[in-house]
Design a protein around this ligand. Sequence first.
Ligand SMILES: Nc1ncnc2c1ncn2[C@@H]1O[C@H](COP(=O)(O)OP(=O)(O)O)[C@@H](O)[C@H]1O
Ligand SMILES: [Mg+2]
Length: 390
Amino acid sequence: MKEVAFGYLPDESFDALEDLEEAFLTSGYVSPSVVDKTLERVAAACDNKLQADSPIIVGLGDPSELWYRANPAPKDMDPWDCYTRRPPAGELEEIEAAFSGIRHHVAEGLRTAFPDTTFILAGGLEGRIAFADGGVVKLPIDYNPNVFGDSGELPGSKRQRMEALRALYALPERSKFIAYNILNIDPTEKTHQGTQVQRRLPIVTLDALLDSGNPPCLQEAVRYLKETAEGLEFLVQNGLRLTDVTLRNIAIHSNTNQALLFDFDGLRLDDAIMEAYTAAPEWWPPERRPRIREESDSVNQFMRMPLTESDVVKPRGRVEVSEMVFELGTSLSLAFERYADIPAEIAKLAAGMTEANPENRPSLKEVIAILQDAFQDPTEKDTGFGVLAL
Ligand SMILES: Nc1ncnc2c1ncn2[C@@H]1O[C@H](COP(=O)(O)OP(=O)(O)O)[C@@H](O)[C@H]1O
Ligand SMILES: [Mg+2]
């Protein structure tokens, strides 16, 4: 795949797009004249600023963002309930169905106004990933100004991620359980910018595989999680940390049938001070959970994130290996909920990994050893003699 540089709509055009979303939230409907008005504003902002030869990425109408904006949590709601609140089944799909037509009109309007420019319109968190030119474009995550301070940026996080990715890619050794598919990163730290271009991989994420009509047998699921732990151990051994080890972020490669870590938004050097914990709330280790609720707005109700450092017990800090173990333990527990007859040592392992006290959690090496042994026939256990696989 050739390297593609991506352009952006000028910042002023985001206001117009946000007003369009607001109009949708107010009435559940947007009239053609509002779309036209939006396009006029976008066009005015774009005049002379678009580079015709680079595709422009437009994020518009993320259904979950729209849902949280339409359904702010009650002000007296417990922060943890607020964090873990999810839209009822079907509601996101409804919003998406209603909004996708609007997105389509905006896309058509942009294409008419700027016939020489390619627009990639993305909506939804899944829409942070746009499939283009046989590759994958990953949009930046720093969109929400409420979460990360006045500037709208997550200060330092792009730089930290970049440093960690550089370190990972510079290592002489590679892990079989890590996807090395990033082709190009726009290094800018500016808001809305900093796109990644990736090679497209033949992968299925573990959550999708478990929910599919053809889920892996327990033994295979255990192997995938052991391989994930090996990928994490490789990172740790090489001075790196990773958060957001959810089932959605573990991929199974269709050709090799092996687990791969592929979402590196939460990658950091082991001495980096992480400014905002990235995983979804269910995966937050208790020591990272918010316990203090100061004023009514201490939790951002639409993104379910702490607004300021003082809202969480440990808002900043290095990522500890014990936190990675907790996240993997949560994934492990969620995966194994789907199976009957879980071996006792695995149930015990899952409980240990998600222990409230980080000091009681096992190391990644111990996790790997237990998962490795779980289904090994005792007669095949290491006898001290090497067996040559032919
Ligand atoms: N390089 C890739 N090749 C194929 N599919 C991908 C690739 N990167 C992401 N995806 C798909 O897009 C989804 C979201 O990607 P991810 O990197 O996890 O983004 P996010 O940070 O939004 O979670 C993944 O679950 C996966 O199915
Ligand atoms: Mg992900």
